[in-house]
Design a binder for this molecule. Structure first.
Ligand code: GDP
Ligand code: IMO
Ligand code: MG
Length: 430
């Protein structure tokens, strides 16, 4: 069997959690391959809402077999315990269905302090991180200082923890950052949470997933964040610290490229971005505020307002190219129900006056504002009908189908799933 991947094509929050939950019954295994508790993946069914951060969105699927936290993930034991304990209190037996890679890196309390200190030092050019210690943890991984989940069961774990913590203390001191007065409490809580984490199935997940594919089991790899937040291909430096693109599933789970089958690329019918950085199609007017209000565009983790704008096909084409997306999934179509006119950016006008359909090296390096590109828009008539009660593609209004067909023709990949509401059932397979 081949492994399929589902990942975000925009700036995150495209609705990955919802669709992984919808697709999960078709798969034996669901595996997260990168990111950490910076993610907030929302699932809704039976009138209830769940926000998952580090745990794969396959855990609720009927007959849920195995869910994996891969080596590419960074894990905060305290947040993991909070999330896992809440799910177990609801009746999920995570101790049986969840496996955690021994090679996943641990987020320490001091990583969060370093994240905050780094943001303070950047001042007005701050990234607007989620404050979860993501950047410093991946930095330690790459600079070969990190601690991994598998280290936590070793005899010298506490010494290694102290060594890394003290290194961080020195870095914080050099940055003029204060160690909070309650640090000892934070540390005690963290060490208890590490013990809790060690009670789960710590696994060499690279062996597990490859053997599962050899045994004809099916695997869905779940991305976090989105392509425009990728450390290599996103709007650097306003990105996260991992490879969010399809290649990240190979390194984040130990899968060879030939193991990959479908790549589901997921996008909203418009764009949002949370945190700083350039955003070419951002709307600063009443229309942007209207999209935010109707789409409830506030962060699932931080509650921050998401910046809103029109769909950007220059960025989407780029994301499809980098990921080799084979299937597109369009989310939150219902949010645009009431608009008279819907705009889509098909190219950018560059600062020198020329026009490009190819995503350029830089779209601007300012923390705030739309960036240095001026989008060139194509306008569409709105469908002015509620989509939320539609369940088949045939029922959808022609104006909406035209919008979808235009996107497909511009991007060159079919839209195979359309989402018309947050609930599991509000999903149309084309
Ligand atoms: P993720 O990080 O990609 O999993 O996405 P988030 O969960 O952060 O954000 C997506 C938000 O949109 C969540 O609040 C979902 O419940 C909601 N949502 C998902 N699909 C739809 C949809 O088709 N329509 C509407 N109105 N909301 C949706
Ligand atoms: P999901 O998986 C949207 C953004 C932050 C910030 C930048 C770097 O729910 O789509 P970090 O804490 O990762 O160092 O922050 O990335 N960011 C996200 N934006 N959705 C996410 O995850 C995000 N995870 C990080 O806002 O701009
Ligand atoms: Mg999210």
């Amino acid at each position: 069997m081949k492994a399929d991947i589902l990942l975000g094509l925009q700036w995150g929050d495209e609705g990955k959690g919802k669709i992984v939950d919808v697709l999960a019954p078709k798969y034996d295994i669901v595996a997260r391959f990168q990111g950490g508790p910076n993610a907030g993946h929302t699932l809704e069914f039976d009138g209830r809402k769940h926000v998952l951060r580090s745990i794969p969105s396959g855990v609720f699927a009927s007959g849920s077999g195995a869910n994996i936290i891969g080596n590419g993930v960074v894990l905060d034991p305290v947040l993991f315990r909070e999330e896992a304990a809440a799910l177990e209190a609801e009746g999920l037996d995570l101790h049986s269905i969840l496996r955690i890679s021994k090679k996943a890196h641990l987020i320490l309390p001091t990583h969060r302090l370093l994240d905050a200190a780094g943001e303070r030092a950047k001042g007005s050019s701050k990234i607007g991180t989620t404050g979860k210690g993501i950047g410093p943890t991946y930095t330690d991984k790459v600079s070969r200082h990190g601690l991994r989940v598998g280290d936590a069961i070793g005899p010298d774990f506490i010494e290694r923890y102290h060594a890394l913590r003290d290194r961080h203390f020195a870095m914080l001191k050099a940055a003029g950052a204060e160690i909070p007065a309650n640090f000892e409490d934070l540390e005690t809580t963290w060490l208890e949470a590490v013990k809790y984490l060690c009670g789960f199935r710590l696994t060499d997940t690279e062996h597990y997933v490859n053997k599962a594919l050899d045994d004809n089991k099916s695997l869905l790899c779940e991305g976090a964040q989105g392509t425009m937040l990728d450390i290599d291909f996103g709007s650097y430096p306003f990105v996260t610290s991992s490879n969010t693109v399809a290649a990240g599933a190979c390194t984040g789970l130990g899968l060879a490229p030939r193991r990959i089958g479908k790549v589901y690329g997921i996008f909203k019918a418009y764009c949002t971005r949370v945190g700083s950085g350039p955003f070419p199609t951002e709307l600063f007017d009443e229309t942007g505020a209207e999209i935010r209000r109707i789409g409830h565009e506030f962060g699932a983790v931080t509650g921050r307002e998401r910046r809103c704008g029109w769909l950007d096909l220059v960025a989407l084409r780029y994301a499809v190219m980098i990921n080799g997306a084979t299937d597109l999934i369009m989310m939150k179509s219902d949010v645009l129900d009431g608009f008279d006119t819907i705009k889509v950016a098909t190219s950018y006008r560059l600062p020198d006056g020329s026009e490009t359909r190819d995503f350029p090296y830089s779209i601007g390096d300012n923390a705030e504002g739309s960036g240095s590109m001026t989008p060139v828009y194509q306008e569409f008539k709105g469908w002015k009908t509620s989509l939320a009660d539609k369940r088949t593609f045939d029922e959808l209004p022609k104006t909406f189908k035209d919008y979808v067909a235009f996107i497909e023709s511009e991007v060159g990949v079919p839209v195979t799933i359309i989402s018309v509401g947050p609930d599991r059932t509000e999903t149309i397979f084309k």
